[in-house]
Write a protein that binds this ligand. Structure first.
Ligand code: DON
Length: 312
């Protein structure tokens, strides 16, 4: 059978095989609008970097909000705007072993800066470091970057989810005001949080996310145009932090079973980057206890075995 057909069949089989796990997962409920998702949805897209071919199966065209996957975006832009020394003065690069919105972690374990840019506290800091004349300009910079990095000019925020996040975002407010009181976070806290809620509410599909992942996996070069969208150095840093912290307190287990830089979001998305080989985007809104897509993790485990994806 031809290579293309084999790949397509593999993805179809993996969606069928792993759909059963969606029953064991739960939709994120702390942002009420996320409860409207179809719990059984599951799909993925794989971009083969060498020939810019796209393969997909299942619910790969369903829009979802990227949530914590946006932390990769704000980290990239903050690194470009400020340079790595200035960013890592404000946010560290160590895994936490704790939940993504842990408050105790911020107070007891690290007084001077959040543990890493992939937990909420760290991402609120990187968002605060994005340059722009005003909040709308900063949002437009985030959207424009992602439109280019997904090759999709219609990427935008989902207003209903943004409003739901803003209305129920008191945990993030706690983290942000705590950081303001300890001089970690500068500027207007409400404005920083508003931008953070908006970036989390950006909508995309698994296909969009696979293209974004492919750019990162390809050292910042878009496979469809050969344009440099991110520097090689920023990609290297971002992929390293994705390996150690991208799947939160499940990052170690994910590194053992899948073994590629990845980032999840509570909207059910995962991006996985296989250096120089594949960009992978997954959608499956039923989550495990750590807040990662349960069907998505199972698919990635199988895909990693089938295609020998682990970088280790
Ligand atoms: O700030 C929050 O809690 C959400 N907007 C994003 C959290 C998230 O996606 C964690 N991911 N697994």
């Amino acid at each position: 059978m031809k290579r293309k057909k084999l790949m397509k069949n593999l993805l179809i089989n993996l969606v069928e095989k792993n759909k059963k796990y969606t029953e064991e997962g739960k939709l994120a409920s702390y942002i009420p609008a996320l409860l409207k998702a179809d719990k059984e949805a599951l799909g993925l897209c794989v971009v083969d970097i060498k020939n810019n071919e796209e393969y997909w199966a299942g619910d790969s065209d369903v829009k979802f909000t990227i949530q914590s996957i946006s932390k990769v975006v704000s980290l990239i832009i903050a690194l470009n705007d400020n340079g790595r020394e200035n960013v890592f003065k404000k946010v560290n690069v160590e895994p936490t072993g704790m939940g993504f919105n842990s408050i105790v972690n911020l107070e007891i374990r690290n007084q001077d800066r959040p543990y890493n840019p992939m937990i909420n506290a760290g991402a609120i800091v990187t968002t605060s470091l994005i340059f722009g004349e005003n909040e709308d300009h900063k949002l437009q910079r985030i959207l424009n970057f992602l439109r280019r990095a997904t090759n999709n000019p219609s990427i935008d925020i989902n207003k209903e989810i943004y409003e739901s996040e803003k209305a129920t975002g008191d945990r993030n407010r706690s983290l942000a005001y705590f950081m303001k009181s300890s001089n970690i976070l500068e500027g207007n806290v409400e404005e920083v949080l508003d931008l953070y809620f908006k970036q989390c509410s950006i909508e995309a599909t698994a296909k969009d996310m696979a293209r974004f992942a492919a750019v990162i996996a390809n050292d910042g070069i878009a496979p469809w145009s050969d344009e440099i969208l991110i520097s090689r150095e920023v990609c290297r840093i971002v992929k390293t932090i994705m390996v150690t912290c991208g799947m939160y307190d499940a990052s170690g287990e994910f590194a053992v079973h899948v073994g590629v830089p990845a980032k999840s979001g509570v909207g059910g998305g995962i991006i996985a980057t296989v250096p120089k080989r594949y960009g992978i985007g997954i959608y499956g809104p039923a989550l495990d206890s750590k807040g990662n897509s349960i069907g998505g993790i199972h698919i990635l485990k199988d895909l990693s075995e089938e295609l020998e994806l682990s970088i280790f």
